[in-house]
Design a protein. Structure first.
Length: 200
């Protein structure tokens, strides 16, 4: 009888821990779908771009497609590392993010609000070739997807500040990561409409 009670208590504690830490199936599914959608859109935006188009700059203070792509790629691993190595290791809280998930995505993808990239995320020609950049992005995006699919980290239970949109939970940081690539994929499309953009 005593062993049965101990086993039941252990089961209750384990289920409570899993409930407290695990993302809901809906959150996992939404994030994975959005990560895939934004990945595909980025890859489509650089597909078929010639070398002249890849390096074209609309002005001395404007980024080329190559530079925007590098910014997307380096941000991928940087943001995920912030989540896994820093944010989820901060004390958990019962506080909720003041923003809905959809609002976070909308704010990040809104290109009417301009922002300066931090130094560590600025393009500095980290990859020698476009293929190397693309492979690095794909590997890091897969790490993000795998993390979302398998993590038991309490992403809703940790809040971390963002310089532009204040405090959001760490699940929303994952959505922000995907939205960030969407934001700059739109920037790539803007480069293509600039005066002087090479026809091929």
């Amino acid at each position: 009888m005593r062993n049965t009670i101990v086993a039941l208590l252990a089961a209750v504690l384990l289920s409570h821990t899993a409930y407290a830490q695990s993302l809901s199936p809906q959150d996992r599914s939404f994030a994975v779908k959005y990560l895939d959608e934004t990945k595909q859109n980025f890859l489509k935006s650089i597909d078929g771009v010639s070398e002249a188009q890849w390096t074209f700059k609309a002005g001395p203070d404007r980024w080329s497609i190559a530079e925007v792509a590098e910014h997307i790629a380096v941000s991928e691993s940087t943001i995920l590392s912030l989540v896994t190595d820093k944010f989820v290791k901060m004390p958990a809280t019962t506080a909720k993010s003041p923003l809905a998930d959809e609002k976070v995505i909308a704010m990040i993808t809104d290109r009417s609000q301009k922002a300066q990239a931090p130094e560590m995320l600025k393009p500095v020609n980290r990859w020698a070739t476009r293929d190397a950049l693309t492979k690095a992005f794909l590997a890091d995006r897969q790490k993000t997807v795998d993390y979302v699919k398998t993590t038991n980290d309490d992403l809703r239970g940790h809040i971390a500040p963002h310089p532009a949109i204040k405090e959001i939970d760490t699940y929303q940081w994952i959505l922000l990561l995907a939205a960030h690539s969407a934001r700059h994929t739109a920037q790539i499309e803007e480069v293509k409409t600039a005066a002087g953009y090479p026809k091929k």
